[in-house]
Design a binder for this molecule. Structure first.
Ligand code: ATP
Length: 380
C-alpha cells in the first residue's frame, strides 16, 4: 500500500453521522446505527490474463465481522481495495449500506481502512497522526478533539499522544492505526493483514482487542488474513478465497465441521484434515472397508487429526515422527500405500519412530469428497 493511497483514504474518514460518545466498556446507546451492509455482485478484476477476482458475489450483513481468508495471491487484497475504491473492478457492482458505490471515489464510500504497514507519518506525533485525516478534511477543531478523546479512551493510549511513531512499539503503532480508523466513525472498516508485523503473543492480544472494538462500535468489518487461526477466532463469517473465486462462505464452525471442498478441508484446522485417496475397493489400506462399504472408489476420505484415536483395530499405520505440543501430541504416520496420516492425540504420547499403530474414528467424523472435483459428497 502506497502512502498516497493511505492519505487519500484517511481524508475520506468521517463520513458517518454518529455523534455519540462511548467509553471503554459501555454498550452502544440504544438507537445508534451500527455498521452498513456490504454486497458484491459478480465482481471481477483482471490484470491481463490474470483474474485476481473472478465473478465474486458476497453479502456481509451490517455489524458482521467478516474475514477474507486464503493463501497468498488468491485475491484478498484486491477484493478489499475494490470495496475501498482504491481499485476499479473490471466488472460487477459494489454496494455499501444499500448504495451502489461502484463508481464512487474512496472518500464518498464511508469506509475506514487499517493497513499492514500502519501508514503512520513519522514526523507527526500520535495525536496528530490520529486526527490527520480529519484535519485534512477541515473537520472543526472541537469535533476533532471529541473524536480523538473517544479513540484514546477506547484504546488506552492517552500516555502516548506526544510521541512519534519511531518511539512506539509495534503494538502501540497498531493501536494508533486503529485510532485513525475509530475517529473516522465510518460504518465499515477494512483491515488488510493488520497484525502480521506483530509477534505471536501480541497478535493474540490484538486479535481480542480488535474483535472487542468491532463489537462495541457495532461496525461492519472486512478483515483480510491468510491465517486460519485468526479467521476461526474472530469471524462471524469466513469467506475462503482461492484463485480469485469463493471456495466457501460460511460461519467458521461450519467451515470446520463441513468443509465444502478438499481445499477448504486442508486450509482450516491445525494440523489440516487428512485427505486419503480411497482404493478401487473403497478402502484405505484395507482398514476402513467396514466403515465405508464398497463402491467408494473415486472418493477422497477426510478425517481430522483430532478425530483419530489409538485402538486395537482400524487404520493400520507406521509412526514416522511424533511432536509433543504440550496439551497434545501430533503423530505423523504413513499407511501401507504410502499416504501420510496425522493424528492429534491428547496429552503426551510416547510412540517410537517406526512403531506399528492402529487408529479408529467415529463415522460422524468421516468426510467424503469427489476425487475429481474436490467437492464434498456427503458424510456417511
Ligand atoms: P497476499 O496475501 O500475498 O497479499 P492476496 O490474496 O491479497 O495475496 P492479491 O494481492 O489480491 O492477493 O493478488 C491477487 C492476484 O492478482 C495475484 O496473482 C497478483 O499477482 C495479481 N495482482 C495483484 N495486483 C496486481 C497488479 N497491480 N498487477 C498485476 N497483477 C496483480
Amino acid at each position: 500500500m502506497e502512502l498516497s493511497h493511505a492519505i487519500g483514504l484517511v481524508q475520506s474518514y468521517g463520513t458517518g453521522r454518529r455523534t455519540y460518545r462511548v467509553t471503554m466498556m459501555e454498550p452502544l446507546p440504544a438507537g445508534v446505527p451500527g455498521g452498513a451492509a456490504v454486497r458484491l455482485h459478480g465482481v471481477s478484476r483482471h490484470w491481463g490474463s490474470v483474474a485476481a477476482l473472478d465473478g465474486v458475489s458476497l453479502e456481509v450483513k451490517a455489524g458482521t465481522f467478516c474475514v477474507l481468508l486464503g493463501p497468498s495471491g488468491c485475491g484478498k487484497t484486491t477484493c478489499l481495495r475494490i470495496v475501498a475504491g482504491l481499485e476499479q473492478a473490471s466488472g460487477g457492482v459494489i454496494e455499501i449500506g444499500g448504495r451502489d458505490v461502484t463508481a464512487l471515489p474512496p472518500a464518498a464510500r464511508g469506509v475506514a481502512m487499517v493497513f499492514q504497514s500502519y501508514a503512520l507519518f513519522p514526523h507527526l506525533n500520535v495525536a496528530e497522526n490520529i486526527v490527520f485525516g480529519l484535519k485534512a478534511r477541515s473537520v472543526p477543531k472541537a469535533d476533532r478533539a471529541r473524536r480523538l478523546d473517544r479513540a484514546v479512551e477506547i484504546l488506552g493510549i492517552g500516555h502516548l499522544l506526544a510521541r512519534r511513531p519511531g518511539q512506539l512499539s509495534g503494538g502501540q503503532q497498531q493501536r494508533v492505526a486503529l485510532g485513525r480508523a475509530i475517529v473516522a466513525e465510518a460504518p465499515v472498516c477494512l483491515m488488510d493483514e493488520p497484525l502480521s508485523n506483530l509477534d505471536a503473543q501480541l497478535r493474540a492480544d490484538m486479535r481480542r482487542e480488535i474483535l472487542a472494538l468491532q463489537r462495541r462500535l457495532g461496525i461492519t468489518m472486512l478483515y483480510v488474513t491468510h491465517d486460519q487461526t485468526e479467521a476461526m477466532g474472530m469471524a462471524d463469517q469466513v469467506v475462503l478465497l482461492r484463485d480469485g473465486h469463493i471456495e466457501q462462505d460460511a460461519p467458521p464452525a461450519e467451515v470446520y465441521a463441513a468443509p465444502a471442498t478438499t481445499f477448504a478441508a486442508s486450509f482450516i484446522g491445525t494440523p489440516p484434515m487428512n485427505l486419503l485417496k480411497l482404493s478401487e475397493s473403497g478402502v484405505i489400506d484395507g482398514s476402513v472397508g467396514p466403515v465405508l462399504g464398497p463402491a467408494r472408489a473415486g472418493l477422497v476420505a477426510g478425517i481430522r487429526p483430532e478425530a483419530l484415536r489409538l485402538a486395537a483395530t482400524g487404520i493400520a499405520a507406521r509412526v514416522t515422527h511424533g511432536e509433543y505440543l504440550g496439551a497434545d501430541t501430533v503423530v505423523a504416520c504413513t499407511v501401507a500405500d504410502g499416504q501420510t496420516l496425522l493424528a492429534r492425540l491428547p496429552g503426551r504420547v510416547g510412540l517410537a519412530d517406526n512403531a506399528a499403530v492402529k487408529f479408529e474414528f467415529d463415522r460422524a467424523d468421516l468426510h467424503l469428497f469427489d476425487a475429481g472435483t474436490g467437492r464434498r459428497v456427503s458424510t456417511v
